[in-house]
Design a protein around this ligand. Structure first.
Ligand code: MTE
Length: 300
């Protein structure tokens, strides 16, 4: 304080001084949260170097807790992610209200190191811990009319204060075709770096679909519905010309307001150039067949 007073008196309480003041918060962000046991490695992991804990947990998109990248880690700190219930309904034989533990404990936890590509043209590499969505879906016994899976986040402005402002159609919603949902790459993440998922990353459970833009990977899932009709996500509802249902990472189809050809890796040095974006975020050999015959320009 004394130093700042002196600087202030000297009229040099500049951005540099503020930045110095903020350093301890960032430096103290060592991995935290309960360690998850019995986590197995997955052959589906990338061998790229993961981003740091600090990058992954302080640079977030989670509009329920603010619209700046560094809002969620501060504003979601006291969010209570336990106990947690998930409502399951629609075209399935085992609908109901499921407790978090009943959804997760029957399954082996896997570490999946995946690339994440945000529609805003930045990317990260994230060591998730989770279970294949397909394994969880089998618990609910979807019937032959289940063509799509519709996910919703909690809708409770008292717990998610960002929902007090109508910046998006709340609750946050997203959807997949049943084939996409059952694909072996599609994950329900419950952890990060071997520990329970931090609130700002979508605790207690969020979707991870690594070949699609990050907005499809809905956080804090509170409802799963099996539907005949294609669900519309919050972004598609809000700005349909810019955000579609498929949202497959595609360097050849620009966003109406910017190119998707290249991406900035979070944590890269300031002099490092942007990297070319890969079709389906580099997962084309595993997922391209899902879209055979589909016009990917129209179905963005
Ligand atoms: N889920 C909810 N409920 N609310 C959100 O605002 N943002 C999405 C997605 N899931 C979002 C969400 C976007 S745009 C991205 S890029 C990813 O979460 C970011 O995930 P991360 O913060 O864990 O990197």
């Amino acid at each position: 304080l004394r130093r700042r007073e002196i600087l202030k008196m000297a009229g040099i309480a500049t951005a540099g001084a503020l930045l110095a003041h903020r350093v301890p918060a960032a430096a103290s962000s060592a991995p935290e949260g309960n360690v998850l046991s019995g986590v197995q490695k997955s052959p589906l992991s990338t061998d790229q170097t993961p981003n740091s804990w600090n990058d992954i947990t302080t640079y977030n998109n989670y509009y329920e807790f603010g619209t700046s990248k560094d809002d969620p880690h501060r504003n979601a700190r006291n969010f209570k992610a336990r106990p947690w219930q998930v409502a399951v309904n629609g075209e399935c034989d085992k609908p109901g209200s499921y407790h978090y533990d009943d959804l997760v404990s029957p399954h082996v936890l896997e570490e999946r190191i995946y690339r994440l590509r945000c529609v805003e043209a930045w990317s990260m590499v994230i060591p998730w811990v989770g279970i294949p969505l397909a394994s969880m879906i089998r618990q609910f016994e979807p019937n032959s009319s289940a063509k799509f899976v519709h996910f919703k986040t909690l809708h409770d402005p008292s717990r998610m204060p960002g929902q007090r402002r109508r910046i998006l159609a709340w609750p946050y919603e997203e959807g997949l075709t049943i084939e996409e949902a059952m694909h072996p790459l599609t994950l329900i993440a419950v952890g990060l770096y071997g520990r329970e998922l931090p609130n700002q990353n979508g605790a207690p459970m969020r979707l991870v679909v690594p070949w699609k833009y990050g907005f499809k990977s809905i956080k804090a899932i509170a409802e799963i519905s099996f539907t005949r009709k294609r669900p519309r996500g919050s972004w598609e509802r809000s700005i349909p010309r810019e955000y579609g249902f498929y949202a497959n990472v595609n360097p050849q189809v620009p966003h109406p307001r910017w190119s998707q050809a290249r991406e900035r890796r979070i944590g890269a040095g300031v002099f490092e150039s942007k990297k070319p974006t890969l079709m389906f975020n580099g997962y084309a050999d595993l997922v391209a067949s899902l879209y055979a015959g589909l016009d990917l320009r129209k179905n963005y």
